[in-house]
Design a protein around this ligand. Structure first.
Ligand code: ADE
Length: 242
């Protein structure tokens, strides 16, 4: 799977995503993360990419043209025949704008996105991006939560991490996504490792019993208790589905 990140700060992205599990997946070729500097498409004397907002208001806005040229170059690099803005939507590569005004990212969206071959991620900075280019190129607006960050790079990294680990082969154990938080709408049950007693706290006896059915039952109960206590919103959703 290929991620193409359009950003003014590629140096933020590269080191983070070349580390640990995602770094290993990049090295083994399961995923590819390509950062593209929007400033390289600012064809003016000072490589300027921002300007004042019409109508007034604080801060600067990223201008449409460098973002658009960057996008065109990314799409041409993926598949020259693929849909650009304005072309037939069926061949269009998804272009995600990370913005607090998007739909809130969750595990279900991560799963859906993990099925794509290519994803283009657009990171905004300053006060945002000229609306006209967003209208032309963006297929999905995604937020990572109801708070405002200084730019879209960290949200892009969050999305890449969550999506990549669902790509077959990225985790050593392909079974594990099924057992963790959110797989079926519940939080994950508590887990324990050695020693059996730590700071006077024993590992729950059922986990040492070797009785797989009881262990499964206990884990499910714990997942339910945890979800009810910590995320009543998720619990309500879960009850609604089952
Ligand atoms: N850019 C700034 N804040 C953001 C957020 N919460 N989610 C996605 N992109 C953002």
């Amino acid at each position: 799977m290929n991620f193409h990140v359009m950003t003014l700060f590629p140096e933020m992205i590269d080191p983070v995503l070349n580390t640990s599990i995602i770094g290993r997946a990049v090295k083994s070729g399961l995923i590819n993360i390509d950062t593209v500097n929007i400033r390289d498409y600012a064809f003016n004397k000072h490589s300027k990419v921002d300007d004042y907002t019409y109508g007034g208001g604080a801060g600067m806005l990223m201008q449409a043209e460098p973002v658009y040229l960057c996008y065109r170059s990314v799409v041409d690099g993926i598949r020259p025949d693929a849909g650009h803005a304005g072309k037939d939507g069926s061949t269009r590569i998804r272009c995600i704008y990370l913005t607090p005004q998007g739909r809130v990212f969750d595990q279900e969206t991560a799963g859906e996105l993990s099925k794509e071959e290519d994803l283009i991620l657009l990171c905004g900075h300053y006060e945002g991006i000229d609306e006209r280019v967003l209208e032309e190129i963006v297929t999905d607006n995604i937020s990572i939560g109801d708070y405002v960050l200084t730019g879209g790079e960290i949200p892009a990294m969050v999305l890449i991490d969550a999506v990549s680990r669902l790509v077959p082969g990225v985790l050593n154990n392909d079974l594990s996504p099924e057992y963790e938080s959110f797989y079926d709408g519940l939080l994950e049950y508590p887990q324990y490792s050695r020693p059996e007693i730590w700071h006077d706290r024993p590992v729950p006896a059922v986990l040492l019993s070797g009785h797989h059915e009881n262990i499964e039952k206990w884990r499910r109960e714990q997942a339910i208790i945890r979800t009810m206590e910590r995320r009543p919103d998720l619990w309500d959703k879960y009850k609604g589905k089952s």
